[in-house]
Design a protein around this ligand. Structure first.
Ligand code: HSE
Length: 352
């Protein structure tokens, strides 16, 4: 007889509703790929106040968390893990601030915790670090990981004003519910912390990373950068040192032909430098309902195939120093450091 697995879905916004649709559309494919039939046992919406009941339902084996935010999500994810449910989450705020603790809890309860969608939505960067590069040593992770800021900056290059470009990003559903998190670099710092935890196997949380956002960038700054052959992009980067890591999120000037500069709209690009594999570049959709549902369903299939898959055991948090202090500046645009790829392929140096 076919095995049946119960799914509880927390959240029915942009991501949650796309997951619900994806579960229906891909039901046969998921069964073909896993031998398991998934049944959606409940959907918690913001208004229904039924999230705890779904987590507690003995018929729910896997909880998919797409409610976002930290406090309620942390309580629900912890409750689910405690009750022996596997958890898939798209919540970078949660993983960036409490990931190491939740991963340890999942390991203690013998269940899976997966979060591919939390990093860069459709770009499989978590799998690349955890699986493809598991036999290597990652030296750096960097990229353009916030679609809202790239949408704003690329629209400004086409002549739009800042406010109008931000409103468009909100309209398309790419911005966070509080878009200050996007434009102030909080979202990018969360994603960088999440990637840094996995790449350097260290319990670093996002408040330890220095960040600056793009609020205050003017049409004049954007136009001057373009005239001089650069683009302004919010770059998140972390580079390993012999005794810690450099890490920072901030707007930088990137040469116009550089992959970071060529991002537009909600496209993200992530560069990983590894000792043996060399430089990898991954790019794709970094936001949106369908682009997040795809990796969530991918995590679901992986969990159904290997429920016992292990996560790394994190070392205590390493020392983190800002990355941009040593970078050059242009006289005409002194507030933006000039991006330099050599930061990403370090002959491992000690922290300055
Ligand atoms: N607000 C995020 C962004 C959504 O703009 O990239 C995806 O994490």
């Amino acid at each position: 007889m076919q095995k049946i697995v119960g799914i509880g879905l927390l959240g029915c916004g942009t991501v949650g509703s796309a997951v619900a649709a994806g579960l229906v559309e891909n039901a046969d494919a998921i069964t073909r790929r896993t031998g398991v039939r998934c049944e959606l046992r409940g959907i918690a919406t913001r208004r229904s106040n039924n999230a705890r009941a779904i987590v507690d339902d003995p018929g729910v084996d896997i909880v998919i968390e797409a409610i976002g935010g930290i406090d309620d999500a942390a309580e629900l994810v912890e409750r689910a893990l405690d009750r022996g449910r596997h958890v898939i989450t798209a919540n970078k705020d949660l993983i960036a601030t409490q990931g190491p603790r939740l991963i340890a809890l999942a390991a203690a309860r013998g269940v899976g915790l997966r979060y591919e969608a939390a990093a860069c939505s459709a770009i499989p960067v978590v799998r690349t670090i955890l699986d493809a590069l598991a036999g290597d040593r990652i030296l750096s992770v960097a990229g353009v990981v916030n679609g809202t800021t790239t949408s704003i900056l690329s629209a400004m290059e086409d002549g739009a004003e800042y406010d109008e470009a931000l409103a468009e990003s909100q309209r398309l559903g790419f911005a966070e519910s509080d878009p200050a998190n996007d434009v102030e670099g909080v979202d990018a710092a969360h994603k960088l912390a999440l990637l840094l935890q996995l790449a350097f196997e260290s319990a670093v949380i996002s408040p330890r990373i220095r960040r600056r956002g793009i609020a205050g960038i003017t049409q004049r700054d954007v136009a001057r950068a373009v005239e001089r052959g650069y683009r302004i992009r919010l770059v998140a980067a972390a580079s390993r040192t012999s005794n810690g890591a450099f890490a920072e999120v901030g707007p930088v000037l990137v040469a116009a032909d550089h992959p970071f500069a060529r991002t537009r709209g909600v496209e993200n690009v992530v560069r990983i430098d590894a000792r043996d594999a060399g430089t990898l570049l991954l790019s794709g959709l970094g936001a949106g309902g369908a682009a997040s549902a795809s990796p969530i369903l991918g995590d679901l299939v992986t969990l159904l195939r290997e429920p016992k898959s292990t996560m790394p055991r994190f070392e205590p948090a390493i020392e983190i120093a800002p990355l941009h202090d040593g970078l050059q500046r242009l006289d005409e645009l002194p507030e933006y450091p000039l991006w330099d790829d050599s930061l990403l392929n370090p002959v491992e140096q000690a922290l300055r």
